[in-house]
Design a protein around this ligand. Sequence first.
Ligand code: PRP
Ligand code: MG
Length: 212
Amino acid sequence: MSKIKIAIQKSGRLNEDSVKILKDCGISIDNGKDQLKAQTRNFPMEVMFLRNGDIPQYLRDGVVDIAIIGENVLIEKGKDISIAERLNFSKCKVSLAVPKDFQYNSIEDLDGKKIATSYPNTVNEYLGKKGVKAELHQISGSVEIAPNIGLADAICDIVSSGSTLFKNNLKEVEVMLTSEAVLAVSPKISDENKRLLEKLQFRIQAVLKARN
Ligand code: PRP
Ligand code: MG
């Protein structure tokens, strides 16, 4: 019998809630802490614990059938991938922020400035729409430190509680998008696994309804 392969975030803000929603669906994962691939009980499913940013490509290639992923990651590098369910957790914003003492009036103030981010496509698209040109520095984490070390004038990153911005003396000046966890689907999913996906969605919908 076929098993549906699901990717979830290996570590980070989505991991715990992803495991939790599967658990609430009656699916428990058998894994040791460092095991990157695990089997489940009560549902024909295999779980892969992957890095967030790698998940769109795994979906595209059909290495995994579905994934629980932040919509912001799909917007950045998986616009071709479809969403089966919105999961109503891990809500966040993707925002532009500048040092507190930066006299910010409008997006034009970022023209010609250096922006550090892990979301270059999202930033480019946003600035492009506003007719603003900035110099982007792509970094993969700890983005909020960039202005303090002279690497950039502004940053674009995920904002959830706002505490990382606050601790780094930054202020949010533009919310580019809002995001939440979603269930994304590989374009290569087999018909057999599509049926398993339908069963899973049925359970997820019941869980989400009960949570409200
Ligand atoms: C994420 C994100 C922000 C922060 C936002 O970083 O990149 O820095 O969380 O959350 P907050 O508004 O609640 O402070 P994370 O801690 O996941 O680490 P990373 O940037 O090194 O990936
Ligand atoms: Mg961070």
